[in-house]
Design a protein around this ligand. Structure first.
Ligand code: G4P
Length: 531
């Protein structure tokens, strides 16, 4: 029997994030290969949602199906239990990714060496920064003619606003790519394209002046020595505490498809990445090793069969031991609930489990009682913070297409927005309904599911807003005054909070400057903090 502390010490729960196509799926697959969860490369089904913007709904549905299976993948490596929380690659589902980031303890960020830092990466990194999530960077596709590594590091520091320190360094790139020097261990890994490479194939060199280096690298040895001297002079030494605090990101170079640099990355990850961390609630901080169970819902997945509305909710265990069939407290509903068939995710398979520990993700079958952000406890009344809604960027006004289906539309909208497909806002005492998303595809999924699961058809009319801000003020009269003349741009969210829609960043800056007594929040995080 292991103790709860031993179980906690074994767990590392993280997400791999990247701009689509940088190599997230490939890297995930190689990590599973090391964990023995898959035998061959190519076995992981990407949970990417259609690359093109063409809307083949059946394809979206099919892929949503795949993404249930691949939402969480667990494997054992060197006595550790590693949980990878997968995130959808498609930018239109970025909100899903933001929410998943609330459930991890650290992140590996994959960057394509040819493309450098891309738009999606910047936004994902913002979320990590907000939460001070420790980040390791993996610069991928060194076998291609990518950008100069020093330029890439500069770009990462500038665009992602994080200090970096390279722990490995590439020797040339593209056709002349020779391998990677590991600054951490003083070893040299020579590159040979091979997607099944499982073993460390390292040349240990005691010193950079070693003649072995010239033997293996020829003229490139001098360049490597110069590069490393420059790195030692320019970049901070790696400091685990600074990494854990989200202040500095160690950087690795490699080629995921060739399984090159992956084991090195995994080994360092296992050594430095944080285990389950304490989490704040609106009442107090909860430590993972407390005996009482607690956890929160960060993802809800609808059943693919429209005849059965049950869904799967994904709960991140934060403290204590989760046990099958034990009664737990659903804090928002003030309701005792038990779960007879909780599942965990091993490799790519689901399995019914009896217990789960902090850091683990448990899948629970639900008939519509959960919302994203809900807290489950052993009885304590508290709500986990840090599961915010983020400002949508595209807004549509909803118009019901058939009067007799008004109830179905209401129900469908309520349930699907609880699931996090889109955010719902209302104006005019609920008579005007507006949905907001970060991607066009989310609207298409919403319309499709409203029709197929609830029999409700609606039209969506574009609105010219680009941002929603939650408003607070010490003096509520200030908000009332502000809202008075802007009724078309003010609404309430599902929890009754006041939200202001802005047509541009420029306009928003103007309103912020003009209204110093009002706070404009671009995430709903303040709610729980205040509540
Ligand atoms: P994603 O999940 O981040 O969207 O990316 P994914 O792993 O699917 O990789 C995107 C493409 O980049 C894939 O090619 C993949 O094979 C390729 N790739 C990944 N790592 C490397 C690397 O180290 N070097 C090179 N040259 N390519 C890499 P694809 O053509 O889109 O798909 P596939 O047919 O190869 O699977």
């Amino acid at each position: 029997m292991t103790t709860i502390n031993e179980e906690i010490a074994k767990r590392k729960t993280f997400a791999i994030i990247s701009h689509p196509d940088a190599g997230k799926t490939t890297l995930t697959e190689k990590l599973l290969l090391f964990g023995g969860q898959i035998q061959t490369a190519g076995a992981v089904k990407s949970n990417k949602i259609v690359k093109s913007t063409t809307s083949d709904f059946m394809e979206i549905e099919r892929q949503r199906g795949i993404s249930v299976a691949t939402s969480v993948m667990s494997f054992e490596y060197h006595d550790l239990k590693i949980n990878i929380l997968d995130t959808p690659g498609h930018k239109d589902f970025a909100e899903d990714t933001y929410r998943t980031l609330t459930a991890v303890d650290s992140v590996i960020l994959v960057i394509d060496s040819v493309k450098g830092v891309e738009a999606q990466t910047e936004r994902l990194m913002e979320v990590c920064r907000m939460r001070r999530t420790p980040v390791i960077v993996f610069i991928n596709k060194l076998d291609r003619e990518g950008q100069e590594p020093f330029d890439l590091l500069d770009e990462i520091e500038a665009k992602l606003a994080i200090r970096v320190t390279p722990l490995s360094w590439p020797i040339s790139r593209g056709r002349t790519f020779k391998g990677v020097y590991n600054r951490f261990e003083g070893t040299l890994a020579l590159f040979r394209p091979n997607s099944e490479r499982m073993e460390k194939e390292l040349t240990v060199i005691d010193h950079l002046d070693s003649p072995l280096l010239d033997e293996h690298l020829g003229d490139l040895a001098t360049k490597l020595r110069e590069d490393i001297a420059l790195i030692d002079g320019v970049y901070d030494r790696f400091d685990t505490a600074a990494y854990l605090n989200g202040d500095i990101a160690p950087v690795f170079f490699g080629s995921a498809v060739n399984n090159f640099g992956v084991r090195e990355l995994l080994d360092v990850f296992c050594g430095i990445a944080p285990g389950p961390r304490p989490r704040m609630t609106d009442k107090r901080q909860i430590l993972p090793d407390e005996t009482a169970f607690s956890g929160f819902v960060f993802k809800i997945h609808a059943n693919l069969d429209p005849k059965h509305r049950n869904r799967m909710v994904f709960v991140r265990v934060c403290s204590g031991v989760f046990e099958r069939s034990k009664y737990y407290h659903h804090v928002r509903l003030d309701k005792q609930m038990r779960f007879a068939a909780p599942v965990s995710f091993v490799g790519q398979k689901k399995e019914t489990i009896d217990t789960a520990y902090p850091g683990d993700v448990v899948g629970l079958f639900d008939v519509g009682l959960f919302k994203i952000g809900d807290t489950l406890t052993d009885g304590e009344v508290c709500n986990f913070q840090g599961i915010p809604a983020f400002s949508p960027e595209i807004f549509r006004l909803i118009a019901n297409r058939s009067f007799e289906k008004v109830k179905q539309l209401e129900k469908g909208l309520a349930q699907l927005t609880d699931e996090g497909i889109a955010q719902l806002f209302v104006q005019d005492q609920g008579r005007r309904k507006i949905v907001g998303t970060v991607g066009q595809l989310q609207f298409e999924v919403l319309q499709y599911r409203l029709e197929h699961e609830y029999g409700a058809r609606c039209d969506l009319t574009p609105l010219s807003f680009t941002k929603a801000c939650w408003l607070t003020a010490k003096d509520p009269k200030k908000i009332a005054e502000f809202c008075k003349f802007r009724s078309d741009a003010v609404a309430t969210d599902k929890d009754g909070n006041i939200v202001f829609f802005s047509a541009s960043d420029h306009m928003l800056r103007h309103h912020i400057a003009e209204n110093p007594d009002i706070e404009f929040h671009t995430t709903s995080e303040f709610k729980r903090a205040a509540g």
